[in-house]
Design a binder for this molecule. Structure first.
Ligand SMILES: Nc1ncnc2c1ncn2[C@@H]1O[C@H](COP(=O)(O)OP(=O)(O)OP(=O)(O)O)[C@@H](O)[C@H]1O
Ligand SMILES: O=P(O)(O)OC[C@H]1O[C@H](OP(=O)(O)OP(=O)(O)O)[C@H](O)[C@@H]1O
Ligand SMILES: [Mg+2]
Length: 293
């Protein structure tokens, strides 16, 4: 690949999580001061920070070759881009976020139909208009520049269509969710012409593989322990059966070493059980990448 790949990274809500993921995947991106063009430790790429809302437009028109943004903004502009892969993480978690229809807690509105003739405030105007039009519900959709939750509280709108991840903002404003419009997560997207360039496609596919590997690794941990020959069967039976554990002999000993990778959420329950079955010297370690073919 002679030409450098032009990569767009999302500025704003997804920025921190995206830079952390790139670091785990092997790329150090350093943002300095007010510059929107961070340095990256890869000579084959150049990097630009770009608003999540504008990413798909810039990838579609070729200003950027490849970029990361939310599925929501790709849908909003119905952008013609190639979705390389889903990368399921949001601002603070490794889960999708949700766009919901919410009203004030004491509002008479109970169902979507109750919004007939009413005003809905949102940043996601296109998706919202299409959603209500598909359902045959006539609403006035007003564009919001942000702080959208405040608009039902202050009576500026009858309902909002807003993104929520932890629900803390919804709760802080005493709102009631009446419907989930869509789930959204980060996606890696590529310009359609660039995707047809074999050298660039290979680079993008490598990037997708390493980013996915880093994301998967965040949900898993490595576990290693020593077990006597007599207990090994019982200990191995406790381990999730997705991948067979590695069992190796300890040097000049009858004992065995058992090593496996498990879901980080299960370890708290698993370790006491392993100890009861005779495992000793258990160590747990974080993983940087898990790559599966
Ligand atoms: N908890 C979250 N809150 C808001 N956006 C989130 C969250 N998690 C993921 N996102 C995604 O981040 C993107 C929005 O990012 P962006 O920073 O451009 O907007 P913003 O968060 O509204 O920025 P601002 O700081 O100006 O409010 C969307 O694709 C959205 O799906
Ligand atoms: O469910 P939560 O975890 O509370 O996250 C969702 C909130 O975060 C975002 O606000 P942002 O920081 O973008 O401010 P804004 O409303 O000014 O855009 C979003 O617009 C919600 O208000
Ligand atoms: Mg916002």
């Amino acid at each position: 690949m002679n030409e450098q790949l032009k990569l767009g990274l999302p500025k704003g809500s997804l920025q921190e999580a995206t830079l952390a993921l790139f670091k785990k995947a092997g790329w150090n991106v350093s943002v300095s001061g007010r510059s929107y063009f961070p340095d990256i430790n890869d000579d084959t790429m150049t990097c630009a920070l770009c608003r999540a809302q504008e990413m798909a437009l810039n990838v579609e028109n070729g200003t950027l070759d490849v970029g990361l943004t939310g599925r929501d903004w790709i849908a909003e502009y119905q952008s013609d881009v190639h979705v390389v892969t889903d990368l399921v993480y949001s601002k603070v978690s490794a889960k999708p976020a949700r766009w919901v229809v919410a009203v004030a807690y004491d509002s008479p509105v109970q169902t979507l139909e109750d919004l007939q003739g009413k005003t809905v405030s949102t940043e996601l105007v296109g998706v919202t208009k299409r959603f209500f039009a598909d359902k045959g519900i006539d609403v006035k959709v007003k564009f919001s520049w942000g702080a959208t939750e405040a608009k039902v509280v202050s009576g500026l709108a009858d309902a909002i269509v807003e993104i929520t991840e932890t629900e803390s903002t919804i709760k802080a404003h005493g709102l009631r969710v009446i419907h989930e419009l869509m789930q959204t997560n980060t996606q890696l997207i590529a310009n359609r012409v660039v995707w047809e360039d074999p050298a660039k496609r290979e680079k993008i596919e490598e990037m997708a593989m390493l980013l996915k590997g880093a994301l998967v690794a965040g949900k898993l941990v490595g576990l290693k322990m020593n077990v006597s020959k007599e207990d090994v069967e019982n200990v191995v039976n406790l381990l999730p059966s997705l991948h067979a554990p590695t069992v190796a002999h300890l040097y000049q000993s009858d004992w065995l070493s058992v090593e496996t990778v498990v879901d980080s959420g299960t370890v708290r329950d698993l370790i006491p059980k392993l100890l009861k079955e005779g495992a000793e010297g258990i160590i747990e370690y974080p993983l940087n990448k898990v790559i599966n073919k």
